[in-house]
Design a protein around this ligand. Structure first.
Ligand code: 4NP
Length: 163
């Protein structure tokens, strides 16, 4: 299992989640990870942001199917507004997690702090979060399942790193 890197600073541990459009996968991961961080009592120690490598949806709320999937599972999907990834994020965040291999290539490739989100998937580490945008509702359910179990691992590691 991958290990999260040590914090850069004594401030909040900053996690970035990156996909293509910032309306489906990384916003879902952002909402779920934020909820888990809150439940773990780490909300004042961790900050979470998400972005897309593309600019098509900047300023828009989440895809309505992504939001409906989250809402049905008890999360608040209402606050998201899409933003575009900027190269400075690599230097500003403690950990940058790309949803798929193309996203990882588009932000300059992996290093100690830049990896695939599913490197932390306890069931099938190292895979991609498949893009659900052009598919049906089942794709969004699949994303939520992957994101929930992977977020649990990340938060468990954050708890140990920040204790
Ligand atoms: P996301 O999904 O990267 O998970 O937010 C997509 C959203 C929009 C587009 C592609 C993927 N698009 O081409 O507009």
């Amino acid at each position: 299992m991958a290990q999260i890197p040590a914090p850069r600073t004594s401030g909040r541990y900053a996690v970035a989640l990156v996909c293509l459009g910032n309306i489906c996968r990384s916003p879902m991961a952002d909402v779920v990870l934020s909820a888990r961080v809150e439940e773990a009592g780490l909300a004042d120690r961790v900050s979470i942001a998400s972005s897309g490598t593309g600019d098509w949806h900047v300023g828009q709320p989440m895809d309505r199917r992504a939001a409906a999937t989250l809402t049905a599972a008890g999360y608040d999907a209402s606050r998201h507004r899409a933003q575009q990834y900027a190269p400075t994020w690599r230097d500003e965040f403690d950990l940058v997690l790309a949803m798929d291999g193309q996203n990882l290539v588009d932000i300059g490739g992996a290093d100690d702090r830049v990896r695939l989100f599913r490197d932390f998937d306890p069931r099938e580490p190292g895979g991609e979060v498949p893009d659900p945008y052009y598919g049906g509702d089942a794709g969004f359910e699949e994303v939520l399942t992957m994101v929930e179990r992977t977020a649990a691992t990340i938060v468990a590691q954050l708890g140990l790193e920040l204790e």
